[in-house]
Ligand binder design. Structure first.
Ligand code: SAH
Ligand code: SF4
Length: 393
């Protein structure tokens, strides 16, 4: 019979068991509860676990340390125990491209040899990191480059948090121990607008965002995190309750007929069902306005009638509408709306009382703009004919 709560002896602390390479636990991406349990399982006395957790958390997420040996407020023996049982690992940057406008695109390698892209967009008073949640996407929005890449797998919480950490590494943003608190942040905002549908990887995205929001570590407020979804209705209320971040919806059309073609998940949850789910969001999350993303496709969804229908549909929802000029990619079956058309569309929305910023494409020269992300896994590529067929063209 085993005794579940057997006292931890000093021996466990001083003579750590050597675990084989690869079986050590990665600390990155664990929730506080998970890390606490792992520390205890590795031999941390239960009474000390809370304090040790706090110390390690601060080293990993506030100071960005990757080496247990440098955790100077822990005893040498305890550091050795940690090194025997744990690693602090973030995905590797395989290559980095820097756009003329300062946007940085990282190609990131994750376990299994897969790759995802992460984009850093510096702006005047802030810097936004666009992170991925899946390798590829199961959905097949016909205007999206990522949608032409079949899903390979969900990212783990570690790989999602790791994207924030590797960007801070590259930008040299970790504070020196003892340095005065610096309030200017290079990565001040995070948007889940990279590759993948975040609400089809809900638990990992939630756990990762809880780590990113934790006030003792990376400490980004929930109002500086925006999750973009194509409209996975059953997970929307959960996003409010369990994450509480801001929400963006890839809306893109004002009739089911057109939205079915652009965002095929609309066949499952149509516009009326989606709008219903959104009415409750701001109240549930105690959050600000919902962003409606609207990609401007020439002759497809950009008429004055579309603009008028759009404001009618969202009436009563605290909202802003983000117009995204379509970003081209090789083989794309659409064109970007003319500038005058986009402005006329924006004007109708503005006159109806909504903020209607037109998103300036960033990092276009390095294929880093919205919807252009795609890792070059040619094996997983759909053919041009498949893309056109899915778009109903
Ligand atoms: N899968 C999620 C988040 C990633 S996409 C979602 O669909 O919301 C981020 C935004 O870029 C979405 O609004 C998406 O519809 C839009 N987008 C995709 N392809 C685009 C393209 N080629 N040009 C402009 N925006 C695009
Ligand atoms: Fe997937 Fe979003 Fe692209 Fe649609 S727009 S295919 S949901 S990544």
């Amino acid at each position: 019979m085993t005794t579940p709560n057997a006292p931890i002896t000093q021996d466990v602390l001083t003579i750590p068991r050597k675990l084989p390479e690869g079986s050590r636990t990665n600390i990155v991406g664990l929730t506080r509860d998970q890390l606490r349990a792992a520390l205890i399982a590795a031999g941390t006395p239960e009474k000390q676990a809370k304090m040790r957790l706090g110390q390690i958390w601060q080293w990993v997420y506030h100071f960005g340390l990757r080496d247990f040996a440098a955790m100077t407020n822990l005893s040498k023996d305890y550091r050795a125990l940690l090194a025997e049982n744990f690693v602090i690992e973030v995905p590797e940057i395989v290559s980095k491209q820097v756009s003329m406008d300062g946007t940085r695109k990282y190609l990131v390698r994750i376990a299994g040899g897969h790759e995802v892209e992460t984009v850093y967009i510096p702006e005047e008073n802030r810097g936004t990191l666009c992170i991925s949640s899946q390798v590829g996407c199961t959905l097949t929005c016909s205007f999206c480059h990522t949608g032409t890449q079949k899903l390979v797998r969900n990212l783990t919480a570690a790989e999602i948090v790791g994207q924030v950490m590797l960007a801070r590494d590259d930008l040299g943003e970790w504070p020196e121990p003892g340095a005065p608190k610096d309030e200017t942040r290079l990565v001040s905002n995070v948007v889940l607008m990279g590759m993948g549908e975040p609400l089809y990887n809900f638990e990992n995205v939630r756990d990762a965002m809880r780590v990113v929001m934790d006030g003792e570590g990376l400490s980004l407020s929930r109002r500086r995190i925006t999750l973009s979804t194509s409209g996975i209705v059953p997970e929307i209320a959960r996003t409010a309750e369990e994450i509480g971040c801001l929400l963006a919806i890839s809306f893109h059309a004002t009739t089911d007929e057109v939205r079915d073609r652009l965002v095929p998940v609309n066949k499952k949850w149509n516009i009326a069902t989606l709008i219903d789910a959104l009415r409750d969001y701001p109240r549930l999350s105690n959050s600000e306005r919902i962003t409606f993303e609207y990609v401007m496709l020439k002759g497809v969804n950009d008429s004055d009638a579309d603009a008028r229908r759009l404001v009618k549909l969202i009436a009563g929802i605290p909202a802003k509408i983000n117009l995204i000029p379509f970003n081209e990619w090789p083989g794309a079956p659409y064109e970007r709306s003319d500038w005058e058309r986009i402005e006329a569309f924006a004007d109708i929305i503005y006159k109806a009382g909504y903020a209607s910023p037109i998103r300036t494409p960033r990092g276009e020269d390095i294929m880093a703009a919205c919807g252009q992300l795609k890792s070059a896994t040619e094996r997983a590529r759909k053919s041009r004919a498949e893309i056109a067929a899915e778009a109903g063209l």
